[in-house]
Design a binder for this molecule. Structure first.
Ligand SMILES: [Zn+2]
Length: 228
């Protein structure tokens, strides 16, 4: 799970990874014989039990400079990835995080990312916490956001990523009922893990090859109970 890839001077929430570090991390996956893929490809492979050498690569929020480095680095290795955008904030800033008004990709930019081969998923309409939220809000953030993006792209949108990783059983049900094939959480305890709550690992600027391998090991232990 990544957020922004770029040279960012002020990053109090540790959401940015430099292009150089990101390129090194992707090269490390390739050296390990792993392939970075979009989440929809990973989920299709999981259904066949053929996901062992695949790693889902995701970018939350949809920062405006994502296209500067990410597609070229992924293409170097034949990798794919998924970008989860906030459908009601396209062209705006990430005003949900204090102190970092980072520009978000606009509608044309979303189409360009899709044209560059990246999967586009939803990160809600307005980046709200869904755990315990009003059902009408949950529906707007899941179902309506999917309609927004499908209208923009003219193709089905398969994935949802919970803002802040915030979800409960009602939110997971809303994601399924909204027609998403999968939902990405951050932490999900084993009982909650399913296609509508796929746990993800935070990857940051300090994750060199050794830390990345350690995180992969811990993650595998955390999810080990067969495919959801
Ligand atoms: Zn987010």
């Amino acid at each position: 799970m990544y957020h922004r890839i770029g040279e960012v001077r002020h990053d109090p929430h540790h959401l940015a990874v430099t292009p150089r570090r990101f390129a090194g991390q992707m090269a490390a996956l390739a050296r390990l014989g792993l392939r970075g893929v979009a989440m929809s490809e990973l989920v299709r492979a999981m259904r066949r039990g053929a996901h062992r050498r695949l790693v889902g690569i995701t970018f939350d929020d949809g920062y405006a400079d994502l296209a500067d480095h990410v597609p070229a680095i992924l293409h170097r290795h034949g990798f794919g990835a998924t970008v989860f955008v906030v459908s009601g904030r396209l062209g705006g800033v990430n005003d949900w995080d204090a102190g970092t008004p980072w520009p978000l990709v606009d509608a044309a930019g979303v189409r360009r990312l899709a044209d560059a081969g990246l999967e586009i998923g939803s990160h809600g309409r307005t980046h709200r916490r869904l755990a315990g939220a009003d059902p009408a809000l949950v529906r707007a953030e899941t179902y309506d956001s999917r309609l927004d993006l499908e209208a923009l792209l003219g193709r089905p949108v398969a994935g949802f990523a919970y803002p802040y990783g915030s979800m409960d059983a009602a939110a997971r049900a809303a994601v399924r009922e909204a027609g998403y094939a999968y939902g990405c959480a951050v932490f999900a305890d084993r009982a909650a893990q399913s296609l509508s709550a796929l746990p993800r690992v935070y990857v940051g600027e300090h994750d060199g090859v050794v830390r990345l391998a350690a995180k992969r090991f811990l993650y595998r232990w955390h999810v080990q109970k067969g495919s959801p």
